[in-house]
Design a protein. Structure first.
Lengths: 217, 217, 217, 217
């Protein structure tokens, strides 16, 4: 093959720009659809303040899912900012992650509905919700670990410090979710607040973008 | 630490570009979802013109929420255009703001439904709606005040004139919402039109982008 | 005021980039939400092919609204590509236009539902739908006419030829909608197909972007 | 006509940037709306684990439609990355493609509902769903074949190798859909898994972006 010919060829890699923009769109839509699952039943209008108050499980589930997706978006953004290009595995893990994030409004709705029902329904809904959160957490961590193990996918100037920081940012919530899902077997309502706590901590744990400014040394 | 090394490091700040794009997505989706809450009940098809007309509270709530979110988007845009970077507090206030804006379709639907019901349901729905609008207004103002108090977050060439103008743009609606929510205790339907008036004024009060053109002097 | 100071000041104009991106988001969401209004009632599952076929008014309304919004998006894009900046009036007309486009899923749903009902319900739904389409058309035309009358808002190199072409692209559908709405008084189902025809013609009438290529002379 | 004048003129072509961004928005929204069709009926809360499990046809339809749209988005992206500009036919085929993709949540919901019903309902829903998937596949292939036959629409450096690779990427699923739709006449549930298989293979078959890096020779 002559030198310099065929400089444009099919590659087994994707540029990350559009993949990230598409992912951002899915995160933004999933986070905004959550509200559609909240409503006051017809009977709630007789005493509407009570009717509004009775929906607290829906508000709890809304806030939890909103903050979970928000924190996941920040983590996703943190990963993709450091990616130079995506290979097939990154692309597939990302589609799996988006499929789970888009699915979250369904268990969110279930939790909101089940807490009005029997304890066994509560338990099933809260565990199911937790398992989806756990799956999201596992796939995010797997995505980062795969990338961290394939440094040629990363921007060349990503430092070991950044790799460690992102590993710490994406990993420990897996353990927390396992603990809280187990807790849901005994006390589902307490576990529901546990998910909210993990989500809040997840947002607070986020660290900023990488900066290119010279060291202050 | 040697000079010139580790120029890329984890920072406690975010670039505003993607944060703003993500926020824009949430605003655009929330504003477009509002219509899903409007429908004519089965019985309304017997005399459909009347059935369409009977939905006026839904149209009022739709227009109010649409213009409120539209005005908030313009204010949000006005703030982020002047931000050089976002720190953790900006990021958290922004997530809280988006969570409230995304929540708005729920009280919007309640107002549309309650005005067909009893006066006490009307009052509760209109006050609840007003409290969410008030909360959005308070968080927007808090976001701007925080940024205005941390001038290192702003683009270096933002003038005192601009800071004052944005303070005026984001603050006074808090007072208006307090007044109209109080009015809702006595006359909920009048208050519902009051929210629309605040939203219309809010859109009309918006001022344009900053220009970089030389002074006409 | 000294020369060269305060080069950044509050302006009464907006850059069009973000306004256009936000508008694109609203168009894309409104066009995609239309499908949510289509469903087969429980009874339709006994003979599902018939149940699917019985929804033809919903498919007609879906295709009409989809193509109408698609054509409007192209026209909107044609206008904003030529805008150098937006003033307050452009911004307000644009918000009004987006409010009407976002509203379209509601009359679309009504048409789909009413064609299963009485002739008077059909007539009301089809006229109401046509009035919303007419309003969208009037606001789009008003937006372009305002801009065409304020040439300082346009990019300096927009030619008279382009201004005329866009006037022709945005204006005549107003007349068509008036005629078809009048027709709906007599024959609502025929009028429903008339809206589809206008939408198809509207998409076909679109002309491309402006090119900056040298004349082929 | 004097040389050098009227360099900006109405063209019969569109730049692809905004067309692609608008299309991405529609793909992202359609993919995220799919979850809204999933819910557990009131009776399912008595034994919620069973209620959640009973929804498996909805999960199957969700995953299938999600992966189908995801794969279509990647194929669409592959086509538009190579387009230098879009003419009227490209624009119309693209609108038709988006109209079909946006429509997909409706047959997806039907499949989820019908598998709880009679075999004849199952068969109708699965075939109808397959026909929409087939139509999406045919329009995507037609779009690429049209572009491949009008090489002046492509970026000048697109190689024959790339054209062949995209033809292979966009074409064969047509045949697979025909086979699986025929299979649905006999065994609708098997066919439903067949669609999932085509979607998974479709995602796995995707190849990366074109690279501009020099050949490794």
């Amino acid at each position: 093959m002559p030198d310099g010919l065929e400089v444009h060829r099919m590659s087994d890699r994707w540029k990350t720009g559009r993949l990230e923009a598409f992912s951002d769109g899915v995160f933004a839509i999933a986070i905004t659809l959550l509200v559609l699952e909240i409503s006051v039943p017809e009977s709630g209008f007789e005493n509407l303040w009570k009717g509004i108050g009775d929906q607290w499980p829906s508000y709890l589930a809304y806030a939890t899912s909103f903050l979970t997706i928000g924190g996941m978006w920040l983590a996703h953004h943190g990963i993709f900012r450091r990616l130079a290009s995506a290979d097939s595995m990154v692309m597939r893990l990302n589609i799996l992650l988006l499929m789970l994030v888009s699915f979250l409004p369904f268990p969110t709705k279930l939790v909101g509905e089940a807490i009005h029902k029997t304890t066994s329904a509560e338990r099933a809904a809260v565990i199911f919700y937790g398992l989806v959160l756990l799956a999201i957490s596992v796939v995010t961590s797997a995505l980062w670990r795969y990338v961290a193990g394939h440094r040629d996918l990363l921007e060349p100037d990503v430092t070991d410090e950044e790799v460690r920081a992102l590993t710490i940012m994406t990993t420990p919530s897996i353990g927390f979710y396992v603990v809280v899902v187990a807790l849901a077997l005994i006390a589902p309502q307490v576990a529901a607040f546990g998910y909210l706590l993990i989500a809040v901590v997840g947002v607070f744990r986020q660290r900023g973008d990488r900066t290119a400014s010279p060291p202050r040394a």
